[in-house]
Design a protein around this ligand. Structure first.
Ligand SMILES: Nc1ncnc2c1ncn2[C@@H]1O[C@H](COP(=O)(O)OP(=O)(O)OP(=O)(O)O)[C@@H](O)[C@H]1O
Ligand SMILES: O=c1[nH]c(=O)c2[nH+]cn([C@@H]3O[C@H](COP(=O)(O)O)[C@@H](O)[C@H]3O)c2[nH]1
Ligand SMILES: NC(=O)CC[C@H](N)C(=O)O
Ligand SMILES: [Mg+2]
Length: 534
């Protein structure tokens, strides 16, 4: 499909802070329809500039009655009416539509959290493919409910408890679901979304990774002048490898890749990464040894955000210096820096105000988004900024990036610094961690479970505990093992290892890593934890 046709089928999500907002985007993209998510309180101009075909108002933790409850911008109703935009409110979104159009929302007599049965009362719009009386199980999570609908609206489904479960005003193209069709606990949710988009709104599917590839190549060619040179920060990870391959396809050898050894890499990572770049990717890469530069700046620093900010800004100073060196060589200063920033990095860095989201910029600055210094000289090119990890892997596959790269577990730019709580430079903490981590990852590979896990790593525990090794008392450090399953890194569950596997691993780590006498397992999901420890 042509890029313009993809854009004219855009489904825009206005985010009011639900923890499921990104899932709505993902579900819609899975239907091959392009979907984007922006802050629910964005200006009317920024909404109109995107020219959406359909707008989804997400759920959220607020009550529509609360002071400062987030709302779409003034003029929104008139805008969607005069531009024939279909609007679907989900949970808080439904309540917002009802309240803003003159109906009434109140604290419900019975709150509905979790699984609930609903029954269809009217067919036509949202449930055009159903019969009156059809029942389905859905996932609810609300305390407020619509008690009086605005003029022209009708209830099209109710919960077993009698609460409004779905409403619509077909003439005005307003629709609302009180439950969450985007979560897997609403088994028919995907079918409802599909029917709504294709049959009710008339959206055309056609957004594929081939489209993304063509569009991104065009954007890069249009952005980078014919004589311009570009630097790419290459980490050996999935995202930057795919980003580099893409930019290389667009501008050829005007791309210069740089890999930074920041002293926070895993066991033998520098050698391994440089070797595979050469043998498998055939991309020219320069390795910069910046171990001293990073570690001296991190000495004595214990506050996680401070560590992240220092790392972000050191990376940029190295890229600036690399650009300067290149200028000496090629006679022209590179103007752009390519980074493998992903959509989750951006979403997590820009939560709606007061959303109460756990994974926000204020909790964790991803080094490549929140950790960048304000006075950066290089202009950024981030071709993957709108994609989720699994989409990036698919894009890489289309371009022929070897599976060995695409299947790698993610590894954060701040590296082992966020896996050693506190000062990373004390004693030989980094070396202890590297050895334990390598044993863990090798064991996972040997057990054939590497590809079943989103990410696995060891964490250094800066606590000394008493042990007995070889009949001798030891006072040594502990290592925590962390392994999670996830689809996109935004939510995660801990991986259930076989007990024998864990027992063998614990013995090996204590025997083979001097300075360790205890091994722990992290059994926390995200939320409430994050995947990394800092
Ligand atoms: N050691 C490094 N040298 C150069 N650039 C780096 C390094 N570490 C991270 N970066 C840059 O920061 C970006 C974000 O890092 P991130 O870890 O999210 O992505 P990645 O390393 O490419 O992929 P993955 O998430 O699979 O590890 C990278 O895409 C890359 O541009
Ligand atoms: O490049 C990165 N720079 C960072 O600063 C950063 N922090 C976390 N991560 C990775 O992002 C995913 C989600 O991590 P958290 O649950 O710890 O926030 C996980 O895959 C993390 O490894 C980072 N990647
Ligand atoms: N999940 C939601 O969107 C909840 C909306 C609102 N906070 C309620 O409790 O009813
Ligand atoms: Mg990485």
């Amino acid at each position: 499909m042509e890029a313009n046709a993809v854009k004219s089928n855009l489904v825009l999500i206005l985010d009011f802070g639900s923890q499921y907002t990104h899932l709505i985007t993902r579900r819609i993209r899975a239907l091959n329809v392009f979907s984007l998510c922006i802050n629910g309180t964005s200006s009317l101009k920024s909404i109109a500039d995107l020219n959406p075909r359909v707008i989804v108002l997400s759920g959220g933790p607020h009550s529509v009655h609360a002071q400062n409850a987030p709302c779409f911008p003034p003029g929104f109703i008139e805008y969607v009416q005069s531009n024939n935009v279909h609007v679907l409110g989900i949970c808080y979104g439904l309540q917002l539509i009802v309240q803003q159009l003159g109906g009434e929302v109140r604290v419900g007599e019975k709150q509905e959290y979790g699984r609930m049965e609903i029954g269809v009362e009217k067919v036509g719009g949202l449930f055009g493919y159903k019969k009156v009386g059809d029942r389905q199980s859905v996932w609810m999570s609300h305390g407020d409910e619509a008690v009086r609908l605005p003029e022209g609206f009708e209830v099209v489904a109710r919960s077993k408890q009698g609460a409004v479960a779905a409403v619509e005003n077909r003439g005005k193209r307003f629709y609302g679901l009180q439950y969450h069709p985007e979560v897997t606990h609403s088994p028919e949710g995907m079918e409802t979304l599909k029917y709504f988009l294709f049959d009710v709104c008339g959206v055309t599917a056609g957004w594929t990774m081939e489209d993304v590839l063509d569009e991104e190549l065009k954007v890069i060619k249009d952005t980078v002048g014919l004589e311009d040179h570009v630097i790419c920060a290459l980490s050996g990870g999935v995202d930057s490898t795919v980003a580099a391959t893409l930019v290389h396809k667009a501008i050829g050898d005007r791309l210069h890749c740089v890999f930074v050894d920041n002293g926070l890499l895993r066991y033998k990572e520098q050698e391994r990464v440089m070797q595979t770049f050469e043998s498998d990717l055939h991309l020219p890469v320069t390795c910069v040894d910046a171990v001293e530069q990073f570690l001296s700046k991190l000495k004595g620093v214990t506050e996680p955000e401070k560590k992240r900010k220092i790392i972000g800004s050191e990376f940029i100073s190295i890229f600036d210096a690399f650009a300067h060196d290149l200028e000496q060589k090629i006679g022209k200063k590179p103007a752009y820096l390519v980074q493998g920033t992903l959509y989750p990095d951006v979403i997590e860095s820009c939560p709606p105000p007061g959303s109460g989201r756990t994974h926000s910029h204020t909790i964790k600055s991803h080094h490549n988004v929140g950790g960048l210094p304000k006075d950066m000289k290089l202009k950024l090119i981030e071709p993957l900024k709108l994609l989720f990890k699994d989409e990036v892997r698919e894009l890489g596959k289309i371009m022929g990036v070897p599976p060995a790269f695409l299947k790698r577990h993610p590894f954060p730019g701040p590296g082992l610094a966020v896996r050693v709580p506190g000062d990373v430079t004390l004693e030989n903490r980094l070396d202890i961690l590297r050895k334990a981590d390598d044993i863990f990852i090798q064991a996972i590979r040997d057990a054939g479970i590497y590809d079943c896990i989103w990410q696995a790593f060891a964490v250094f525990m800066p606590v000394l505990t008493v042990g007995v090794q070889g009949d001798q008392r030891t006072h040594s450090y502990a290592i925590t093992l962390r392994a999670v399953t996830s689809q996109d890194g935004m939510t995660a569950d801990w991986y259930y290892f076989d007990h024998k596997f864990l027992a063998d691993l614990s013995t090996r780590i204590c025997n083979e890593v001097p300075g360790v006498n205890r091994v722990l397992l992290d059994i926390t999901s995200k939320p409430p934890s994050t995947i990394e420890w800092e």
